[in-house]
Design a protein around this ligand. Sequence first.
Ligand code: ADP
Ligand code: MG
Length: 471
Amino acid sequence: MASWITHRVQATTIGNVEGTREQMAAVNELERDFTISAEKLREVAEAIKVEMMKGLEKDNQTVPMVPSFVPGRLTGKETGSFLALDLGGTNLRVCQVNLLGDGKFTLRQEKFTVSEPLRTGPAQKLFDYLAECVDTYLTNYSSEDPQMPHATKLGFTFSFAVNQTAINRGTLLYWTKGFNCSGMDGKDIVGMLQDALLRKNVSVEVVALVNDTVGTLIAQSYREPDTVLGVILGTGTNGAYYEKVSNIKKLSGGNYSPGELMAVNTEWGAFDMERHVLPVTPYDNKLDRKSVNPRSQTYEKMISGMYLGEIVRNAVLHLVDCNLLFEAHSSVDLNRLWSFDSSYMSTIEADATPDLAHTQHVLESILNVPKTTLTDRRIVKKIVELVGTRAARLAAAGLVAVVEHCDALEEGCSVGIDGSLFQHYPSFRERIVAALHELVGDNADRIKLIEAADGSGIGAAMIACLASVKK
Ligand code: ADP
Ligand code: MG
């Protein structure tokens, strides 16, 4: 009884969390670890700008700045039916876009999943599966769609770091987002998909190799001509923007007119793999060690859907280990790597029930933690908010870096954003906007954040159209 009284006397509150003094001290420490000041954000944005310049100048830089070789933009007058195969990291989609010639288009898509063995096995197996999905799509809709026989050109959205040398040619630089297939070294990615399609007798020509950010940029520009940047906030994070070809110093040769623009895929997820700038916590380090690509993608690992839940899991387990949560009990599920899906964070952030019933559901029914108190759940919610807020703020630094690099702040611009994290995570947009205000003051109002759902697939089909016209 006495200890209960002591316990109550020592109870303290931080925000909406109330717990013992030890619990509050631990939450305070997490808050310190995960909070990024306005000054730090500015430092991050400036450092990204510096890295972008380096990447434009030379190959093999931390932020690779990959030229897309996409010739210009669509006018809206184009017609025809084009295919895209969108390998995102979590989702695989076959898409068909019918361009109607009046600035409008229709979209049909079918979703497939990529199993864990395919993600980390021999590349040929992965590509055979990709070809099979295209085949399945064509078979499923050929009888009902008169456009189908004309849809023979495909844009391949391959959302990994690529050394692109032409619109339809490129080799893998490195895998990210949990993929690690063998047998890609030096091989042309378009050739690999084309060969797999031939093996299956699918008469589709792969005419473009597209990064999802570039697809998003092109698709969003079709709708909003003032679009300067396409962003992915999904399994991973990345950005692509229009750059003057004359500024892409490493691009030698080619027949470009003065002032011509080209979409550049920044691959900004790789930013700060040297860890000089980003305030990496022990919870990030733990994740990094267990990832298939340790010591790389530092920025991406602090921002995107594949990783956020795992950071939360690490912080939660730290408090369990310190006897500060769940009466020091974990569960087999909570102990398992990657078991805390980022979508649980959305559920927890959205939980407005007085007793945090949805949070309780995630912890006790999905992750099978034996028992949680309301204080436990409030602490977990607090951790989720800290990790989610840090991600949105860091993403804002990337946006500002590119918009300032493009000198687009005065005039204002649109930014197209694709990916489940941006679409579904409560407050992600609001937190980005708040950070934009800290970074650029009232000019933040001139940056329009537009949800560009499915932009990666739509854009790849549009790029297939551009590539076919050019031929
Ligand atoms: P891809 O990156 O393959 O194109 P998505 O854009 O759908 O696919 O992003 C998938 C990622 O988004 C996964 O890491 C998943 O955990 C995360 N995610 C999906 N739904 C949500 C959600 N409701 N809240 C937060 N993250 C989510
Ligand atoms: Mg995607």
